[in-house]
Design a protein around this ligand. Structure first.
Ligand code: GLA
Length: 706
């Protein structure tokens, strides 16, 4: 709940197990007091005379004050949350004006955000320019989580040079940051960095949240591990250029702030207009990284992802991409469908190459009409239906090949800098989503296919970063392009995804290059990585689980040797790792033996039996793949059932057994793969998984409460 202690002008924001407190100081600035484990509403405070609204300079150096909304120019020299330019003057001085507490969190215009209840809205006013700044704080009774964002309404014309979503100052301590970094096909690897004096920044300038750095940052204490110690998690509900910044300055305290990347960003705000920042999700856990992750997972499953989809059975797909790439025809596709009969796979997804003149990645992108010379789409769909399967189709609506009818008709519809040949990436250009006519065209072209054919599933792809981040149509406001592109993207999702409630949409961006909470607001699952190798996936899925629920990760079993790295793992190992998410298959089923197909049908059965755990369970990361042993436990909320999946990467001869120490069990006895053991024995003696002989072998352990 949100509690206002009037005599001290102090706010206590209480989410489950967490207190977040700040006050209005005698000058009308918001002084941060505390964020951490739940405490009383009795922080000793100086008895300042209440802020009376008189214009005056700050009576103390703001550089030494913990601030809720730091700005540059009034004696705080650290990273600011906002930077506004009033005709060349970058000094703005916002002071408290009032607040309200509303029972339901207001939505953020044009942007995705979590559903929420009780929300505190603080109003601050800049008196020289009469500009109003609103800070929003939402609390959760059932989660150690808070939401923050800001809205600026201009009293005078101004330019916003920085629009971060939150700022927080933490007391001195031996902090480390944790970020999720990587590359295409090596997404979201956990990196831990000691924080010292200076600035640490995780950001993207690629026009997408990116595989290189995810819009997630955790700040932990040096001794924090998976299940012990303080962990503060920060995640942005945003899919474009972002920055998450930490700074330790002269007094040794830690500032954490972030939001839209201010690099190459500026936004003209005319008098009376309002600008909203994306939402920031703040989590505190005193139970280490595991506690933090479980809070994010529950938060996103319960308050962000479509409730009609998030907990229901997911399509178990067979996707033709790694089976055929562009080399398919109606017969080949029908043969794959036939080979899937009886396996329990319930959805056939036709990937890239069904439209325009798209026979390779050099042509046809943007022309969303079925290429009848290549595929008889109605026949394939009918064949899938006849085999008892649903049908899905691939789109990449944001892009265009130069060799396409769309580009020939509208060469100016791409992001480009006037007079400069735009950079090509994967032989394609980025459509200018800032323009309404471009969005209208995409909505019409994609909807036309969805409305003309019985399509149950869409994979929405996006396969290159934004380079010339300029929409010439914006004239001198070119620095608004990055953010307007993402607003345009969300507008497309509203008009295509939301208007087709019967179609299941999966997100994708060259695999997991745009895996973020903004996408999850529209897509219950995202293709996690183009790297389908099971061992590589243990790292990717382990890292992704730091912030995002398993059910958000689309994971496929693919062929061996693996197409991305040449490794070969057993079908069992590939299945076990792909089961730790929204599972599926992506290989040529016609090339498998009948015993392999039989094994797949058993895997599908097994997956269905454990899918409730994947959708609703709590995750405990038992062992980091960096150690050579990957192990993840998923346990039901009532503790009655759990599954542990482990992979030993390299088999070492004559080495003692590996041991796993499950967590989160309830008192009493469990049957572990048929053997009865007490919770304490399991937790302290541990479990000794018996791995099959050889490298990259997996074991699954099933625990059932007696
Ligand atoms: C991207 C996706 C792949 C596949 C190809 C098709 O790389 O991540 O899964 O759809 O595009 O071109």
């Amino acid at each position: 709940m949100i509690f206002y202690k009037k005599e001290q002008q102090a706010f206590y924001l209480e989410s489950k197990g967490v207190t977040y407190a700040f006050r209005v100081d005698g000058d009308g600035f918001l002084e941060h007091l505390y964020f951490g484990k739940s405490i009383g509403r009795d922080i000793p405070l100086p008895s300042d005379p209440a802020w009376d609204g008189t214009e005056r300079a700050p009576s103390r150096s703001l550089n030494e004050v913990r601030l809720e909304c730091p700005l540059y120019g009034r004696s705080d020299f650290r990273e600011c949350m906002l930077a506004l330019d009033f005709g060349g003057v970058r000094v703005a001085d916002f002071r408290y004006e009032g607040h309200e507490i509303v029972p339901v969190k207001p939505t953020i215009q044009g942007m995705p955000s979590l559903r929420g209840g009780e929300t505190l809205i603080i109003s601050l006013r800049e008196r020289v320019h009469n500009t109003v700044l609103k800070l929003f704080y939402t609390v959760f009774e059932d989660l150690p989580m808070l939401l923050r964002h800001a809205e600026i309404t201009a009293g005078d014309d101004c330019k916003i040079d920085r629009a971060f979503s939150f700022s927080l100052d933490l007391p001195r301590g031996d902090y480390e940051s944790i970020t999720l970094v990587g590359a295409h096909m090596r997404e979201r690897r956990i990196v831990r960095t000691p924080l010292s004096h200076g600035i640490f920044k995780a950001d993207s300038k690629r026009g997408m949240s990116s595989a290189q750095t995810n819009p997630f940052l955790a700040v932990v204490k040096k001794n924090t591990d998976e299940e012990r110690g303080d962990a503060y998690g920060f995640n942005l509900v945003y899919s474009g250029d972002f920055a998450l910044v930490t700074q330790i300055e002269q007094n040794g305290e830690l500032r954490v702030t972030g939001g839209l990347n201010d690099f190459d960003f500026s936004w003209e705000l005319k008098k009376g207009e309002t600008f909203a920042t994306p939402e920031a999700v703040l989590v505190y856990s005193d139970r280490g990284l595991g506690g933090m992750s479980r809070a994010f997972h529950d938060g996103y499953r319960n308050y962000l992802i479509d409730q009609n989809r998030v907990f229901s059975a997911r399509p178990i797909v067979i996707n033709n991409w790694e089976a055929t790439y562009f080399d398919f025809n109606t017969e080949k596709l029908c043969a794959i469908i036939d080979a899937a009969r009886g396996t329990g796979i319930d959805t056939f997804v036709l990937d890239d190459g069904w439209f325009g003149v798209r026979r390779n990645d050099r042509a046809g992108l943007g022309d969303w009409t079925v290429n009848e010379d290549v595929v008889d789409l109605r026949k394939v769909i009918a064949h899938a239906h006849e085999a008892g399967m649903r049908f899905g189709l691939w789109f990449e609506p944001e892009m265009v090949n130069r060799d396409s009818n769309l580009y020939r008709a509208h060469p100016d519809w791409i992001l480009h800098a006037e007079g400069m040949e735009p950079c090509m990436s994967r032989h394609q250009y980025v459509l200018d989503l800032t323009r309404k006519e471009v969005r209208d065209h995409i909505v019409e072209a994609v909807s036309n296919v969805l409305d003309s054919y019985p399509i149950d599933y869409v994979k929405w792809d996006m396969n290159r970063p934004l380079t010339e981040n300029v929409s010439p149509s914006l004239g001198t406001r070119g620095k608004e392009t990055h953010h307007r592109y993402i607003l345009g993207l969300y507008n497309l999702f509203e008009r295509v995804v939301k208007t087709h409630p019967n179609v299941f949409f999966e997100g994708c961006a060259s695999g997991g290059c745009r895996f973020d909470a903004g996408i999850l607001a529209y897509f219950p699952q995202i293709w996690t990585s183009d790297n389908t190798d099971a061992y590589a996936r243990t790292f990717i899925q382990y890292g992704t689980s730091l912030c995002y629920p398993l059910s958000a990760m689309s994971c496929h079993v693919s062929a061996v040797p693996n197409h991305q790295c040449g490794r070969s793992e057993s079908l069992r190992a590939r299945g076990d790792i792909a089961h730790l998410g929204a599972t599926g298959y992506e290989l040529d089923l016609t090339k498998l033996s009948s015993s392999e197909r039989q094994e797949i049908s058993e895997q599908v059965k097994e997956y269905r039996a454990m899918s409730e755990l994947i959708f609703r369970g709590d995750v405990y990361r038992l062992s980091d793949p960096e150690s050579g042993l990957f192990a993840m436990e998923i346990i039901s909320k009532d503790g009655k059932e759990a599954v542990i999946t482990a992979m030993r990467s390299i088999y070492t001869v004559n080495e003692g057994p590996l041991r796993l120490f499950p967590k989160g069990l309830k008192d009493g006895e469990y049957e572990v793969n048929g053997v009865l053991m007490d919770k304490k024995t399991i937790e302290h003696y541990g479990l000794l998984p018996e791995f099959p002989f050889g490298d990259f072998a997996t074991v699954t352990l099933k625990l059932k409460k007696r």
